[in-house]
Design a protein around this ligand. Structure first.
Ligand code: APR
Length: 311
């Protein structure tokens, strides 16, 4: 019960934000402050979740507000504020609009929760994480982005479906940017410890890799009015837990590269040790030549986006 009085703020009380908040209070990871600019939405959703406590059996306190001052003393602030993708819209279409939102949100975090760790969820993810770092002026280890964990979860789900095995037996790896140039890493992907290349034909692996890359768009195509939130919120809550419990677990995340994998001065999806300090260190694993090349391409795409919003 050591984490009972931890405090987490979730900015954006939309689909992803509300679901992140629900997962955190249901697991009693922390008390939660849910913030949105729309009046009434965070208050209403928070009160509704508080009233689920007596039934589900959790004691965490959740409050909703439009006032950023209430995020004071948060250990972690999860940023989900922004527009979600609509059908036909690429993550990059969101760039300018979400950059303005994330800038104003991070200015508030800097002002009211200057000691927090920022976990970004807003897309385009790697660029929004870079922007959060720039605007906050925080040390790079205190800013990280959720997305590679979501991408690899999607890949694991597709592999489990293909082989008809429990998803928990599948360990996938996806690096690079959260977007069209993400880098699924089949060479590091296993089922019950066996490399997938021994279990699935090259053809089928390629199809799974493509479906993973388009994983977000596939869901947008079905939902039509919004984008995915169950798996994204699960990934964000998992990362919050790793930080609060100082797990030092290796989790793929959008992290600040400072020479690792030959990459510098950008946020990009890499395996990293996550604990109470945020990103403890980036873990270098062996990649094939193609995977390394794909990672470089991914980095170029991120840099191009970064250049559009930050001079
Ligand atoms: N401060 C606080 N909240 C804001 C702000 C702001 N400046 N600007 C917008 N919001 C809120 C909106 O009012 C809305 O309630 O952010 C919320 C976003 O919720 P949704 O539209 O439901 O979007 P969601 O599906 O939650 O996705 C949010 O996460 O996965 C990414 O691509 C997705 O960038 C998108 C983000």
């Amino acid at each position: 019960m050591t984490t009972m009085n931890a405090k987490i703020s979730v900015i954006g009380a939309g689909n992803v934000g509300a679901e992140v908040a629900r997962r955190i209070v249901e697991k009693e990871l922390a008390d939660v402050v849910l913030v949105d600019i729309i009046e009434g939405i965070p208050q209403g959703k928070a009160l509704d979740m508080l009233q689920a406590g007596p039934i589900v059996g959790y004691n965490s306190i959740i409050t909703g507000t439009n006032d950023f001052a209430e995020i004071k003393d948060s250990q972690v602030v999860v940023v989900t504020a922004g527009l979600a993708r609509k059908p036909g819209m690429s993550r990059d279409d969101l760039l300018q609009k979400n950059a303005a939102i994330v800038t104003s949100v991070v200015e508030n975090i800097k002002k009211y929760a200057p000691d927090s760790i920022i976990l970004t969820v807003t897309n385009p993810l790697d660029t929004m994480t870079y922007l959060a770092w720039k605007v906050s002026g925080f040390a790079p280890n205190r800013i990280l982005g959720m997305a590679p964990l979501l991408d690899l979860a999607r890949m694991s789900a597709f592999i489990a479906m293909e082989l008809n095995v429990p998803v928990t037996e599948v360990k996938s790896m996806v690096l690079g940017t959260h977007g069209d140039l993400m880098v699924p890493v089949p060479s590091q992907t296993t089922v019950s410890g066996k490399p997938i290349s021994e279990l699935i034909s090259k053809d089928k692996i390629d199809k799974i890799v493509d479906r993973t890359r388009d994983g977000g768009a596939e869901i947008v195509g079905y939902l039509k009015t919004g984008s995915a939130y169950y798996a994204p919120s699960a990934a964000a809550a998992y990362m919050v837990e790793a930080i609060l419990k100082d797990k030092k677990e290796i989790i793929s995340a959008s992290v600040y590269a400072n020479g690792e994998y030959g990459l510098k001065n950008l946020y990009i999806g890499l395996p990293a040790k996550i604990g109470e300090k945020g990103v403890e260190n980036i873990v270098e694993i062996k990649l094939t030549i193609e995977e390394k090349r794909a990672l470089q391409k991914s980095a170029e795409a991120i840099r191009e986006n970064n250049g559009k919003i930050i001079q």
